[in-house]
Design a protein. Sequence first.
Length: 583
Amino acid sequence: ILREIAKKAVVNEDGKPTHILIEGDNYHTLTCLNYTHKGKIDAIYIDPPYNTGAKDWKYNNKYVDENDPWRHSKWTNLMVRRLRLSKMLLAKDGIICVTIDDYELPALLLLMEEVFGEKNHLGTVVIRNNPKGRKTERKVSLIHEYAVFFGASSESYIKKLSIDPKGKTHNYKKDENGEWYLPVNLRKQGVDSLATKSDGELSGRYYPIYYDPKTGIISSQKKLTIKILPIDSRGEKRIWRRGREVIDDMYKSGELWYKKTVNGDQIYFKFRGGLDGEPPQSIWLDNSFSASEHGTQILDRILGKREVFQYPKSPYAVEQCLRIMTTKRNAVILDFFAGSGTTAQAVMQMNEKDNGNRQCILCTNNENKICDEVTCPRLTRVINGYKFSGKEREVIYEKKITMTVLKETENIFSEIDSEKEAQKDNFDDFENKFDEGYIRVIGTKKIKDKKKGLGGSLKYYKTDFIGKNNILNATDEDKIELAHQAGDLLSIAENTLYKVEENDFWQVYENEERYTAVYFREELDKFNKFVTMVEKLEWPVTVYVFSWGDDEFIEEFDHIEGVKVKSIPLPILEIYKSIYNLG
């Protein structure tokens, strides 16, 4: 079962999701989740032990030395049982991502094909997570790791990464007309943008746009003070991205604006195209995915300590993985090798960027007090904010420099200006950098005293055991005890995580929309009072009633609108029996 540790909860009434942290062996946690969340998880991201021989991985509480002849077998045994349980949790279109390096990549691929099916392998991505390279003896210095993606079924597919015209992922904005990205120069760029046709005629998209600095009016019809033609800095006649006939309407609906730049007078517009994005590529080189720069440093800053956890992931790398697994803004995301809690931070960052309602479920043991001293404190501080004074830096623009790009330097400056304009309210200053063949623009923001939290809430649970007998030989007394102790498990199943009433016969939990009411006693002495209590509840209710069978007591609630009746403990026992038989 699961028991809430109420004193570790973080509760904010801000309308944001309540995330779940479960302390305990992840096999036991996955067993519980197979009752509460079977077929309900949209995405699973895990970063299991890499089995490198380092002393941070134990199996059956024993350190697995790199010279252990059964090292790979032990790792395989650890993983396969958990992967089988995790598959049952995924929705039909759900996806699991497992990060790994060369030590166990071959074994992992075979395991994933066995559990999820060869046809459901959706791809393996190489992520440059350590640009400086790992020190090795006799071997190639590794600068990368892998992210392996498998679907739950043929309904699973990798999602496209939303892009702006530069080919770089960005956060979208929203207005009354829908979603849009950063302002883009209305003058079309690239080899297909020349205004002169092969027969020498000018394109119909080559025309003047006028601007009045006094009124701010932009028009293709009225001849105003400033005349702007789509001519680049080299004098080449280009074309506009939109036809003359729509310009005035675009201005009236707030789609266009004028800006004076180093390249002269420019017209910008809200880019709404390409929102379906492009398929992600199999190699990710983004500098923000570096574990040393954006994993370790971020975690150290949050906790105010140095090197409290080895090799934490960059939350930006995790976020990228999640974005290609699900586009649902109310997705349920699971990480059952939670480590320092990076996945939850990535989920909170995603919610902050697009006002999403994603919920994260994290599972970790408390070996070396990791849950007490790292995972839980990290999530608490990310939610509520933490002490920090200094500069926060974020890459807001990145482009690989090629000969083709160099020929259109003006376009790069225009893109950079657009990005800075779009991000000016988010940063105090911008830095331009050129390294490793990339030009990057880094937004900097001065933070004094405290970093603002991302909001939301957190509920903390621990796995526990009840009963005296094996699940296959459960006695009536065991079943009664399970019903008495199942309240927190049921509240998680219904996502009604806040207890509002409890006595010797029933419990009531709620969220912002509905209730869960549990009558857990086999005696019916107070059952009529329980029904009366349910009648008075304001929102829809899921009622759980102790029963020796199934589907009993439904008629007792027929007269109450919005009530769904379920029985306990038999459905819980049936799930646990099926898992036990899996081995």
